[in-house]
Design a protein around this ligand. Structure first.
Ligand SMILES: [Zn+2]
Length: 97
């Protein structure tokens, strides 16, 4: 009975005893972790409001990025049409003017 010397509580996988770092927060909200990998973070988030807010902020950022990405594509299409009609208007204005 002398094996109490080595404390095995400081492993990197022991997320419940530390905060998620920014990289982990980002990967978590991106869904980059497998279920097994995300499980300890899920448990940590249940008890840690700090990390929960970090993940929520990252989630919002990821959602905004994705929404912005699809909007930029739509805007690009519209501006393409606009520039065409603008060219026609300019040509028309040039003739009449
Ligand atoms: Zn935390």
């Amino acid at each position: 009975m002398g094996e109490n010397g080595m404390a095995g509580e400081m492993t990197e996988d022991d997320i419940e005893n530390r905060h998620m770092n920014p990289d982990e927060v980002e990967r978590y909200s991106l869904g980059d972790f497998s279920e097994a990998e995300a499980a300890p973070f899920d448990e940590h988030l249940l008890v840690c409001e700090v990390c929960r807010k970090n993940v929520e902020a990252s989630d919002a950022y990821v959602a905004a990025m994705r929404a912005a990405g699809s909007q930029i594509r739509q805007k690009t299409d519209k501006s393409h049409l606009r520039s065409r009609s603008c060219a026609k208007l300019r040509a028309a204005a040039g003739r009449s003017g």
